[in-house]
Structures are given as structure tokens and as C-alpha cells.
Write a protein that binds this ligand. Structure first.
Ligand SMILES: [Zn+2]
Length: 224
């Protein structure tokens, strides 16, 4: 990543989601505004938000989208297979938390749906979309290019020492194992992983220590 670029992190909402802002040349891409969209907009008043992106459709990643896009006029985007459910995310999970207390709302329909290979430009940086189903059907990661090389937003697909849960609606362990197997060679070992929750990590460290990335962890038992 270029030393002229900057990553800001705000922890928001009821499940302490990492909302990231990647800032390059006065432009900004917000990743996973899970709650408190108006406050996120305020915190970014010194830059131009050009993209709002959710790595997947869960309420704790899209709950702040509506207020943020209303405040900034930025277009918002999400993986194609998560797009429809995303607009009901808060409603679908409102039995487990109090939306009004958490500054979350259902987002509007996305301005763009993302598929494998799409590229989002942010100032001098670019991010390439990879589809990573498993945690949800339409989950994506954003792999940095140009001035953002070495930075990967992995959402809830990969965590320090763990991977995303697959027991929620739409999750699939079988898809997750394929995704993890693919990511183990796709992501540069030197890349910094910015996760949807918890601490950041480095891919080489995960390849050595994350039990879900060890050869043999894949395809444990699908009737084979
Ligand atoms: Zn999630």
C-alpha cells in the first residue's frame, strides 16, 4: 500500500463490526458500514466517498448503508447473489437486537451488483472483486491493486485464526471449504487482511497457524 493512502477503521453496531474507509487522493471507499451511517459520514467529511461496499448481506455489515449514502450521495454495491436479501437484512435479524438503538436500517437497492473480476477505483487505488461464498451465498473479498496492493478486505470469510460461520441462513460449509482452499493460493502471503470483526492479520501468518487453512482441513466430510 502506498504511504500516501490511508485506512481508517470505525467499530460499529451490536456485533462490533469493523467498518473501514480506504482513502486515496481525497477519495474514499467505505467497506461494511454495519451501523451508524450518519456518524460514519461525519467522520469522513474531509474526503469524497466514491463507493460504499458491503462484503456480504448481514445486518451488521449493511445496517449503516442507507444513512451513509443519503449523507454522501455515494453509490453502493454488494455481491450479486447477496443483493436482494441485503435490502431485508435488518428486518430479518431484528428478533436478535433492537434496530433503533443500534442506528441500523435496511439499505436501499444497490446501485451496482458486483461479480468476480469487477474492479472498483478509489483515487490511485483499485480493488478487484473475488466471489467467496460460504458465510453467505454472495460474499465477496476486495483485493487491493495499484496503490492498494497488499491490502485485502476479507469481510467475514477469514478471521485471525478462524473463518466465518456457516450455520446462518444461506451459509454453506461445503462452499466455505472450497473458498478457503482457493484463497490459500489466491491471496499474496504478504497481504494484510482486514477482517469484518476482530484484529487484522497477515496472510502468511494465517497460512501457518489458521486451522481452517491447513491442507487436509478442506473437504472433511461430504459423504466421501
Ligand atoms: Zn456476517
Amino acid at each position: 500500500m502506498s504511504s500516501e493512502d490511508e485506512i481508517r477503521c470505525m467499530v460499529v453496531g451490536d456485533i462490533q463490526t469493523n467498518c473501514y474507509a480506504y482513502v486515496s487522493d481525497g477519495k474514499c471507499m467505505v467497506v461494511d458500514p454495519g451501523a451508524s451511517g450518519a456518524r460514519i459520514a461525519q467522520a469522513l467529511s474531509d474526503v469524497q466517498v466514491v463507493w460504499v461496499v458491503a462484503t456480504h448481506r448481514h445486518h451488521d455489515h449493511v445496517g449503516g448503508v442507507r444513512a451513509l449514502v443519503e449523507a454522501t450521495d455515494a453509490p453502493w454495491a454488494i455481491g450479486a447473489k447477496d443483493a436482494e436479501e441485503a435490502t431485508k437484512a435488518v428486518e430479518l435479524s431484528s428478533h436478535v437486537f433492537s434496530p433503533s438503538a443500534m442506528e441500523v436500517e435496511d439499505p436501499p437497492a444497490p446501485n451496482r451488483v458486483l461479480v468476480e473480476g469487477d474492479v472498483l477505483e478509489v483515487g490511485n487505488a483499485a480493488f478487484r472483486v473475488y466471489e467467496t461464498p460460504g458465510h453467505t451465498p454472495g460474499g465477496i473479498i476486495l483485493v487491493g491493486e495499484k496503490s492498494a496492493e497488499g491490502v485485502v478486505f476479507v469481510g467475514d470469510t477469514l478471521f485471525a485464526g478462524a473463518c466465518g460461520r456457516t450455520d446462518l441462513y444461506g451459509g454453506s460449509w461445503e462452499q466455505m471449504t472450497r473458498t478457503l482452499e482457493r484463497l490459500s493460493t489466491l491471496i499474496d502471503p504478504d497481504a494484510v487482511l482486514l477482517c469484518g470483526h476482530g484484529v487484522n492479520t497477515v496472510m502468511s501468518h494465517e497460512l501457518k497457524t489458521n486451522p481452517y487453512l491447513q491442507p487436509g482441513a478442506w473437504r472433511p466430510s461430504f459423504g466421501e
